[in-house]
Design a binder for this molecule. Structure first.
Ligand SMILES: NC(=O)c1ccc[n+]([C@@H]2O[C@H](COP(=O)([O-])OP(=O)(O)OC[C@H]3O[C@@H](n4cnc5c(N)ncnc54)[C@H](OP(=O)(O)O)[C@@H]3O)[C@@H](O)[C@H]2O)c1
Length: 295
């Protein structure tokens, strides 16, 4: 109980546990789901991956923390350990298949099983495609798509054995083309395609496959967003829509895991908006997006 309370999420309107899981009144239920589960998280040193690592550790899961920055991972591990949780640092650059393989093997060596993969490692590039250097475009694809692909490939046999979950963090840009997010969106559409097919392939084996597609979330991602030359923007363009708290995104991911859902969009009204956009032949959506995301 100490762990659950120690890393409990803030309780704000609509985000409390009752909001996350209808008919669930306490952490006890969630702990019965996640207690003793082994969870490998790429991108665990920051933002959404870090948030999910802390939350799941608080619910009794054993966490494998993957990213490049070993010091940042060690801080997350210490935070989890200080609250009574269990985590291991498994540094890797997700663009290197062998490093990702070693992280998965490290997880199995440490915990003997892998129940859940959360592929959250990613970076963003905001610039019109025409102005982008090829190396920058390739880098986004390597981190966002191949990073998720390698983690999924090596985790799959273990997750299949556990009848567990494969979850990838995509984006609303992976559901709808948005100016200045051509390559970022392409990397997320690719994840969407991979995971949609995997969901059908693995359903008979009892594996849960899910995709999380958030709008703007309050993490360091946007401060580090790359420009057309592949270098971070000195002054990144301001997001033209609301930026959501990271805890809200963590809630959505926990809910997706508990309900073994195929997909979750954030905010909730993104789904109806996308349907409405299609019904209107995308005319209104195109106009809004072109105005909000100028060159
Ligand atoms: N924040 C948003 O607005 C938003 C919206 C929609 C979707 N997303 C998606 O959510 C995911 C998480 O992003 P975030 O918002 O949490 O961003 P973040 O705070 O910047 O975290 C990104 C994470 O990815 C890791 N990473 C980056 N390149 C890597 C590499 N080559 N190898 C291993 N790890 C790498 C980073 O760690 P190291 O630097 O230590 O390697 C960090 O842990 C991403 O896939 C992003 O596309 C974010």
């Amino acid at each position: 109980m100490r762990i659950g309370r120690a890393i409990a999420p803030p309780r704000h309107r609509g985000d409390g546990l009752i909001g996350i899981v209808p008919r669930v009144r306490s952490y006890h239920f969630l702990m019965t789901i996640f207690q003793g589960k082994s969870v490998l998280i790429t991108g665990a040193s920051s933002g959404i991956g870090r948030g999910v690592a802390l939350r799941l550790a608080g619910l009794g899961a054993q966490i494998g923390l993957v990213a490049r920055n070993q010091d940042a991972l060690e801080l997350v591990r210490k935070e989890i350990a200080a609250a009574g949780g269990t985590a291991v640092v498994l540094p890797a650059d997700v663009t290197d298949a062998e490093q990702v393989r070693a992280s998965v093997e490290g997880m199995i060596a440490q915990f003997g099983q892998l129940d859940i993969l959360l592929a959250s490692a990613g970076l963003s590039l905001r610039a019109y495609f025409e102005s982008c250097q090829l190396e920058a475009l390739e880098r986004v694809m390597r981190v966002n798509f191949f990073g998720a692909l390698y983690a999924t490939h090596f985790a799959l046999p273990h997750v299949k054995k556990a009848k567990g979950s494969l979850v990838a963090v995509s984006s609303l840009t992976g559901k709808r083309g948005i100016p200045s997010y051509a390559i970022y969106g392409a990397s997320k559409f690719a994840i969407q395609g991979l995971y949609e097919a995997l969901e059908l392939e693995l359903r008979p084996d009892g594996v849960h496959v899910g995709v999380v597609s958030p709008a703007f979330v309050d993490t360091p991602l946007r401060a580090n967003v790359l420009g057309p030359d592949g270098q971070p923007w000195a002054n990144p363009p301001a997001p033209p829509f609301r930026v959501w708290p990271v805890e809200k995104c963590v809630d959505r991911i926990i809910r997706l895991l508990v309900k073994r859902k195929r997909q979750t969009l954030m905010p909730w009204f993104a789904g109806p908006l996308l349907t409405f956009d299609e019904l209107l032949g995308r005319v209104l959506g195109d106009r809004i997006l072109m105005r909000r995301f100028p060159p």
